[in-house]
Design a binder for this molecule. Structure first.
Ligand code: DQA
Length: 148
């Protein structure tokens, strides 16, 4: 079976490029997918890239891949700060989980400082712009290789 890294994007990330560009930049989600495809290929991994505005859809996606993916990269958007259910789903993953935020959430509003996902993630990458996704995929590849 091909080794697959799954990248999950949460609410409003479909609007990347037009939504608050001063915070998130001008790149679109399609640009991020292309960047992830390149990073995955460089690590010899297949990419499964998804976005949903719905918490349950993201949870179902985690359940679908929780034992088959070599790793999960997750930018859950605002669900990061609210979703115990997504946290509980990610906690069932056998493979590494890397949390990503495009912006530096710690330099923003107080409500963005807490993440329900960080405690069940192997790594957290914030404030590196969309490059953070590439760093996360590279880290998933390293962890997956070490676990082989
Ligand atoms: C975000 C940060 C979140 O606080 C916000 O709700 C997002 C995007 C980021 O990538 O910086 O939607 O996850």
């Amino acid at each position: 079976m091909e080794r697959t890294v799954v990248v999950l994007n949460g609410p409003n990330l479909n609007l990347l490029g037009e939504r608050e560009p001063e915070v998130y930049g001008r790149e679109t989600l399609a640009d991020v997918e292309a960047l992830c495809a390149k990073a995955a290929a460089e690590s010899g991994l297949r990419l499964d890239f998804r976005q949903s505005n719905h918490e349950g859809v993201l949870i179902d996606a985690v359940h679908e891949v929780r034992t088959s993916a070599v790793g999960i990269v997750v930018n859950a958007g605002a669900l990061t700060h609210t979703s115990v259910a997504l946290r509980d789903a990610l906690a069932t993953c056998t493979a590494p989980v890397v949390e990503v935020h495009i912006s530096n959430v710690h330099a923003r509003e107080e409500f963005r400082h807490h993440s329900y996902l960080s405690a069940v993630s192997d790594a957290v990458i914030v404030g590196c712009g969309t490059r953070g996704y590439a760093f996360a995929i590279a880290r998933v590849a390293e962890l997956a290789e070490a676990a082989r």
